[in-house]
Write a protein that binds this ligand. Sequence first.
Ligand SMILES: O=P(O)(O)OC[C@H]1O[C@H](OP(=O)(O)OP(=O)(O)O)[C@H](O)[C@@H]1O
Ligand SMILES: O=C(O)c1cc(=O)[nH]c(=O)[nH]1
Ligand SMILES: [Mg+2]
Length: 194
Amino acid sequence: MTSEDVLNEFRDAGALREGHFVLSSGLHSPVFLQKNLVFMDAARCARLCKALAEKIVATVGPVDVAISPAVGGIIPGYETARWLGVPSMYVEREGGEFKLRRGFHVEPGQKVVMVEDIVTTGLSSRECIAAIKAAGGDVLAAACIVDRSGGRADVGVPLVALATLDVPAYPADALPSELAALPVEDPGSRRLAK
Ligand SMILES: O=P(O)(O)OC[C@H]1O[C@H](OP(=O)(O)OP(=O)(O)O)[C@H](O)[C@@H]1O
Ligand SMILES: O=C(O)c1cc(=O)[nH]c(=O)[nH]1
Ligand SMILES: [Mg+2]
């Protein structure tokens, strides 16, 4: 599956949004990939995650478990794990920090692939990987459906991206005037009331 094929799945789902968005990292962007509109279609989600699972195995070989950061990573993490034939778990924020909860646990040295939906700066991926390592897991690689950093995000382990895009994102104090003129949306979960 090429990056253009992946982008077409987002286009067909109406998930390639234009406007003014504040991202999880606090950066602002004129483009937002509303991945939930992609994952709500089980067949579309399966096509993407099957391709991602194949790319993970081709890159790092077999893994024991897939772990994702809530909320956005849960569905693609589960579906990718299904194609990998391994269990799926997720971390979620407790006092702002990602933790394994709900009875999930990692065996010492278990080979883990961290599965994200979208990578922009790689901050959420790094936070998730740190939580998995703190729980004893050996993170062989990170994987995502779309890396929108143009390949520049560094998550500290190899990143297997199904698609790589280069989408602009700006600090709040350096917005182009046409972006600053638009009302801002904050679609993610990082800043939701705890
Ligand atoms: O690479 P980054 O700069 O960290 O940005 C990407 C992250 O942002 C989104 O999560 P968000 O925190 O918005 O919440 P969500 O998972 O509930 O959508 C997305 O799901 C990634 O986890
Ligand atoms: O960086 C983000 O928060 C982000 C960007 C994007 O395009 N889609 C998304 O769900 N999150
Ligand atoms: Mg997320």
